[in-house]
Design a protein around this ligand. Structure first.
Ligand code: GDP
Length: 130
């Protein structure tokens, strides 16, 4: 998971972490960093060529982010359930994106979309140490 620049600037790190921990996740790794444009382009390489790509890169490199390595059973599906839909304005009422996000791309958090993606994304931020 990544707490995105909009949520960090809204002082929502603690509130988001509480929701995640209350859902039964263990925080295994966490740090604060800031994407360079090059790192954001590499992280979101799968979206290269999309019309929203440049805006996404601008947004993700606009301020600090908090990447986390999280652990629990069925982590990907459980996290995506409490995170909510990509467009924060349309996300379900009780979700993290509805509460802390605004729209797309300002949707408060990133959540890995499969265990394989999660492994690669965790390595991106924390190396192979997790
Ligand atoms: P996610 O898995 O719900 O985060 O969604 P995706 O992997 O499809 O997209 C990655 C991120 O790109 C999203 O979280 C948004 O921040 C952004 N994004 C996705 N689709 C759009 C779009 O249609 N327009 C814009 N502006 N941003 C988008």
């Amino acid at each position: 998971m990544i707490i995105k620049p909009d949520a960090v600037s809204r002082n929502a790190i603690g509130a988001i972490l509480k929701r995640v921990e209350d859902r039964g996740f263990k925080v295994r790794q966490m740090r604060m960093t800031r994407f360079t444009r090059e790192e954001a382009i590499r992280f979101y390489a799968v979206h290269r060529g999309q019309p929203f790509f440049d805006g996404l890169i601008d947004f993700m490199s606009s301020g600090p982010v908090v990447p986390l390595a999280l652990e629990r059973e069925n982590a990907v599906s459980n996290l995506r359930e409490i995170v909510g839909a990509t467009d924060a304005a349309k996300a379900a009422e009780v979700t993290i994106r509805k509460h802390f996000g605004t729209n797309i791309p300002r949707n408060a958090v990133h959540a890995s979309d499969s265990p394989e993606t999660a492994t690669g994304e965790i390595a991106f931020f924390f190396g192979e140490q997790v």
